[in-house]
Write a protein that binds this ligand. Structure first.
Ligand SMILES: C[S@@+](CC[C@H](N)C(=O)[O-])C[C@H]1O[C@@H](n2cnc3c(N)ncnc32)[C@H](O)[C@@H]1O
Length: 231
Protein backbone atom coordinates (compact mmCIF):
# COMPACT_ATOMS: atom_id res chain seq x y z
CA UNK A 1 0.00 0.00 0.00
CA UNK A 2 1.31 3.43 -0.95
CA UNK A 3 1.65 5.69 2.11
CA UNK A 4 -1.31 8.01 2.58
CA UNK A 5 -2.75 10.43 5.08
CA UNK A 6 -4.84 7.96 7.11
CA UNK A 7 -6.76 10.49 9.20
CA UNK A 8 -8.34 12.14 6.16
CA UNK A 9 -12.10 12.54 6.27
CA UNK A 10 -12.24 12.41 2.48
CA UNK A 11 -14.24 9.56 1.04
CA UNK A 12 -12.32 6.65 -0.38
CA UNK A 13 -13.05 6.58 -4.08
CA UNK A 14 -11.93 5.01 -7.31
CA UNK A 15 -9.22 7.67 -7.46
CA UNK A 16 -7.57 5.91 -4.48
CA UNK A 17 -7.46 2.46 -6.06
CA UNK A 18 -3.78 2.80 -7.00
CA UNK A 19 -2.98 2.99 -3.28
CA UNK A 20 -4.30 -0.51 -2.58
CA UNK A 21 -2.63 -2.80 -5.07
CA UNK A 22 -1.23 -5.37 -2.62
CA UNK A 23 -2.70 -8.79 -1.92
CA UNK A 24 -3.45 -8.19 1.77
CA UNK A 25 -6.93 -8.48 3.26
CA UNK A 26 -6.83 -4.74 3.93
CA UNK A 27 -6.13 -4.03 0.26
CA UNK A 28 -8.97 -6.32 -0.86
CA UNK A 29 -11.51 -4.63 1.42
CA UNK A 30 -10.20 -1.17 0.51
CA UNK A 31 -10.62 -1.91 -3.19
CA UNK A 32 -14.30 -2.75 -2.71
CA UNK A 33 -14.88 0.28 -0.46
CA UNK A 34 -13.18 2.61 -2.95
CA UNK A 35 -15.70 1.38 -5.52
CA UNK A 36 -18.62 2.11 -3.18
CA UNK A 37 -17.39 5.69 -2.65
CA UNK A 38 -19.23 6.15 0.64
CA UNK A 39 -16.76 5.88 3.52
CA UNK A 40 -14.16 8.27 4.95
CA UNK A 41 -10.58 7.10 4.77
CA UNK A 42 -10.15 7.61 8.53
CA UNK A 43 -13.10 5.38 9.33
CA UNK A 44 -11.74 2.62 7.14
CA UNK A 45 -8.28 2.50 8.74
CA UNK A 46 -9.63 3.04 12.22
CA UNK A 47 -12.18 0.23 11.92
CA UNK A 48 -9.49 -2.20 10.80
CA UNK A 49 -7.09 -1.30 13.62
CA UNK A 50 -9.82 -1.41 16.24
CA UNK A 51 -11.01 -4.82 15.00
CA UNK A 52 -7.49 -6.25 15.14
CA UNK A 53 -7.06 -5.10 18.73
CA UNK A 54 -10.43 -6.51 19.76
CA UNK A 55 -9.44 -9.86 18.33
CA UNK A 56 -6.25 -9.98 20.40
CA UNK A 57 -8.48 -10.23 23.49
CA UNK A 58 -11.96 -11.27 22.43
CA UNK A 59 -12.57 -14.04 19.92
CA UNK A 60 -15.79 -15.88 19.12
CA UNK A 61 -19.41 -14.99 19.82
CA UNK A 62 -21.77 -12.31 18.59
CA UNK A 63 -20.81 -8.64 18.19
CA UNK A 64 -23.14 -5.87 19.37
CA UNK A 65 -21.78 -2.57 18.07
CA UNK A 66 -23.46 0.27 20.01
CA UNK A 67 -23.53 3.72 18.39
CA UNK A 68 -21.90 1.80 15.55
CA UNK A 69 -22.52 4.11 12.56
CA UNK A 70 -21.58 2.17 9.42
CA UNK A 71 -20.66 -0.81 11.59
CA UNK A 72 -17.47 -1.56 9.72
CA UNK A 73 -15.63 -2.64 12.89
CA UNK A 74 -18.00 -5.57 13.24
CA UNK A 75 -17.54 -6.48 9.59
CA UNK A 76 -13.77 -6.64 10.05
CA UNK A 77 -14.13 -8.64 13.28
CA UNK A 78 -16.31 -11.22 11.52
CA UNK A 79 -14.05 -11.28 8.47
CA UNK A 80 -11.01 -12.09 10.60
CA UNK A 81 -12.80 -14.32 13.13
CA UNK A 82 -15.02 -17.08 11.72
CA UNK A 83 -16.30 -17.68 15.26
CA UNK A 84 -18.38 -14.52 15.01
CA UNK A 85 -22.02 -15.65 15.03
CA UNK A 86 -23.64 -12.31 14.25
CA UNK A 87 -23.04 -8.57 14.13
CA UNK A 88 -25.77 -6.23 15.37
CA UNK A 89 -25.11 -2.54 14.80
CA UNK A 90 -27.33 -0.29 16.90
CA UNK A 91 -27.39 3.43 16.18
CA UNK A 92 -30.00 6.12 16.66
CA UNK A 93 -29.35 7.24 13.10
CA UNK A 94 -27.87 4.61 10.78
CA UNK A 95 -25.97 6.47 8.04
CA UNK A 96 -27.75 6.30 4.66
CA UNK A 97 -24.56 4.96 3.09
CA UNK A 98 -24.47 1.92 5.41
CA UNK A 99 -26.74 -0.02 3.03
CA UNK A 100 -24.51 0.83 0.07
CA UNK A 101 -21.40 -0.29 1.96
CA UNK A 102 -23.05 -3.55 3.00
CA UNK A 103 -24.20 -4.26 -0.55
CA UNK A 104 -20.73 -3.63 -1.98
CA UNK A 105 -19.04 -5.89 0.58
CA UNK A 106 -21.67 -8.62 0.14
CA UNK A 107 -20.46 -9.41 -3.38
CA UNK A 108 -17.12 -10.73 -2.16
CA UNK A 109 -17.91 -11.68 1.45
CA UNK A 110 -21.57 -12.83 1.55
CA UNK A 111 -20.80 -15.21 4.43
CA UNK A 112 -19.91 -12.14 6.52
CA UNK A 113 -22.59 -9.70 5.39
CA UNK A 114 -25.37 -12.25 5.95
CA UNK A 115 -24.51 -12.02 9.67
CA UNK A 116 -24.51 -8.21 9.63
CA UNK A 117 -27.72 -6.55 10.86
CA UNK A 118 -28.57 -2.91 11.56
CA UNK A 119 -31.04 -1.70 14.17
CA UNK A 120 -32.04 1.94 14.32
CA UNK A 121 -32.56 2.92 17.95
CA UNK A 122 -30.94 3.98 21.17
CA UNK A 123 -28.14 1.97 22.73
CA UNK A 124 -30.55 1.05 25.53
CA UNK A 125 -32.75 -0.72 22.93
CA UNK A 126 -30.03 -3.26 22.14
CA UNK A 127 -30.56 -6.84 23.16
CA UNK A 128 -27.39 -7.94 24.92
CA UNK A 129 -26.47 -11.31 26.36
CA UNK A 130 -23.47 -12.52 28.32
CA UNK A 131 -22.09 -14.21 25.19
CA UNK A 132 -21.72 -10.93 23.29
CA UNK A 133 -18.77 -8.75 22.50
CA UNK A 134 -20.14 -5.25 23.11
CA UNK A 135 -18.46 -2.35 21.31
CA UNK A 136 -18.59 1.41 21.80
CA UNK A 137 -16.26 2.97 19.27
CA UNK A 138 -16.30 6.76 19.43
CA UNK A 139 -19.45 6.59 21.52
CA UNK A 140 -19.18 10.28 22.33
CA UNK A 141 -18.80 11.57 25.88
CA UNK A 142 -20.96 9.84 28.46
CA UNK A 143 -22.29 7.39 25.86
CA UNK A 144 -19.09 5.39 26.40
CA UNK A 145 -20.05 5.02 30.06
CA UNK A 146 -23.51 3.86 29.02
CA UNK A 147 -21.91 1.20 26.79
CA UNK A 148 -19.72 0.06 29.70
CA UNK A 149 -22.76 0.00 31.98
CA UNK A 150 -24.87 -2.03 29.55
CA UNK A 151 -22.10 -4.55 28.97
CA UNK A 152 -21.52 -4.82 32.71
CA UNK A 153 -25.20 -5.40 33.38
CA UNK A 154 -25.05 -8.51 31.20
CA UNK A 155 -21.48 -9.54 32.13
CA UNK A 156 -20.51 -9.27 28.45
CA UNK A 157 -17.05 -8.64 27.07
CA UNK A 158 -16.60 -5.00 26.14
CA UNK A 159 -14.33 -2.77 24.06
CA UNK A 160 -14.53 1.02 23.86
CA UNK A 161 -12.57 3.76 22.13
CA UNK A 162 -13.69 6.86 24.05
CA UNK A 163 -13.91 10.35 22.56
CA UNK A 164 -15.34 13.81 23.24
CA UNK A 165 -14.36 13.86 26.92
CA UNK A 166 -16.47 16.47 28.66
CA UNK A 167 -14.45 17.94 31.48
CA UNK A 168 -17.61 19.24 33.09
CA UNK A 169 -19.65 16.05 33.24
CA UNK A 170 -17.32 13.03 33.19
CA UNK A 171 -15.59 11.53 36.24
CA UNK A 172 -11.84 12.14 36.27
CA UNK A 173 -11.38 10.44 39.65
CA UNK A 174 -9.39 13.45 40.88
CA UNK A 175 -6.42 12.24 38.81
CA UNK A 176 -6.09 15.29 36.57
CA UNK A 177 -3.34 16.79 38.76
CA UNK A 178 -1.02 14.05 37.51
CA UNK A 179 -2.15 13.51 33.96
CA UNK A 180 -4.19 15.14 31.18
CA UNK A 181 -7.92 15.30 31.90
CA UNK A 182 -8.85 12.90 29.08
CA UNK A 183 -6.40 10.30 30.38
CA UNK A 184 -7.70 10.81 33.92
CA UNK A 185 -11.26 10.16 32.72
CA UNK A 186 -10.30 7.01 30.84
CA UNK A 187 -8.14 5.77 33.74
CA UNK A 188 -11.11 6.20 36.06
CA UNK A 189 -13.21 4.18 33.59
CA UNK A 190 -10.60 1.42 33.59
CA UNK A 191 -10.53 1.26 37.38
CA UNK A 192 -14.33 1.20 37.56
CA UNK A 193 -14.36 -1.71 35.11
CA UNK A 194 -11.83 -3.56 37.24
CA UNK A 195 -13.86 -2.87 40.36
CA UNK A 196 -16.83 -4.48 38.55
CA UNK A 197 -14.82 -7.73 38.40
CA UNK A 198 -13.55 -7.34 34.90
CA UNK A 199 -10.07 -8.11 33.72
CA UNK A 200 -8.95 -4.88 32.09
CA UNK A 201 -6.76 -4.40 29.02
CA UNK A 202 -5.57 -1.06 27.71
CA UNK A 203 -4.05 -0.38 24.33
CA UNK A 204 -3.93 2.27 21.61
CA UNK A 205 -4.45 2.45 17.88
CA UNK A 206 -2.07 4.41 15.66
CA UNK A 207 -2.01 8.11 16.50
CA UNK A 208 -1.80 9.11 12.85
CA UNK A 209 -5.37 7.82 12.42
CA UNK A 210 -6.81 9.62 15.44
CA UNK A 211 -5.38 11.37 18.48
CA UNK A 212 -8.34 9.92 20.44
CA UNK A 213 -6.70 6.55 20.22
CA UNK A 214 -7.00 4.91 23.66
CA UNK A 215 -8.85 1.60 23.74
CA UNK A 216 -10.21 0.02 26.88
CA UNK A 217 -11.20 -3.63 26.82
CA UNK A 218 -12.70 -5.72 29.56
CA UNK A 219 -13.39 -9.40 30.08
CA UNK A 220 -15.57 -10.58 32.98
CA UNK A 221 -13.27 -12.45 35.37
CA UNK A 222 -15.50 -15.52 35.17
CA UNK A 223 -14.49 -15.83 31.49
CA UNK A 224 -10.81 -16.16 32.38
CA UNK A 225 -11.28 -18.76 35.10
CA UNK A 226 -10.28 -22.34 34.27
CA UNK A 227 -13.08 -24.25 32.60
CA UNK A 228 -14.60 -21.31 30.73
CA UNK A 229 -11.79 -20.80 28.28
CA UNK A 230 -9.53 -17.84 27.74
CA UNK A 231 -10.50 -14.30 26.97
C1 LIG B 1 -18.87 9.52 16.36
S1 LIG B 1 -20.10 8.46 15.75
C2 LIG B 1 -19.27 6.90 15.84
C3 LIG B 1 -19.78 5.91 14.84
C4 LIG B 1 -18.95 4.61 14.76
N1 LIG B 1 -18.95 3.86 15.98
C5 LIG B 1 -17.53 4.91 14.32
O1 LIG B 1 -16.60 4.71 15.10
O2 LIG B 1 -17.37 5.33 13.17
C6 LIG B 1 -21.24 8.41 17.06
C7 LIG B 1 -22.54 7.67 16.72
O3 LIG B 1 -23.33 7.58 17.89
C8 LIG B 1 -24.68 7.61 17.50
N2 LIG B 1 -25.45 7.89 18.72
C9 LIG B 1 -25.40 9.01 19.48
N3 LIG B 1 -26.20 8.88 20.56
C10 LIG B 1 -26.77 7.65 20.46
C11 LIG B 1 -27.68 6.92 21.29
N4 LIG B 1 -28.17 7.42 22.41
N5 LIG B 1 -28.03 5.67 20.91
C12 LIG B 1 -27.56 5.17 19.75
N6 LIG B 1 -26.68 5.80 18.94
C13 LIG B 1 -26.29 7.03 19.30
C14 LIG B 1 -24.71 8.67 16.41
O4 LIG B 1 -25.85 8.54 15.59
C15 LIG B 1 -23.40 8.37 15.68
O5 LIG B 1 -23.59 7.49 14.60
Amino acid sequence: MVHLFRSSRERLSNRDLHRFTGDSLLDSVATVICGAECLARKEFFESYEVAKRILRRHRGGPVVDLAGGHGLVGFFVALMDRGTDSICVVDKRIPKSAARLREALSVKWPYVTEKWQFQEGKVQDAVITGADRVLGIHACGGLTDEVLRLAGEHRARVAVLPCCHSHATLDSGGLEGWMPMEVAIDSTRALALRAANYRVFTTTISEDITPMNRMLLGTPVEWVRPGKGGA
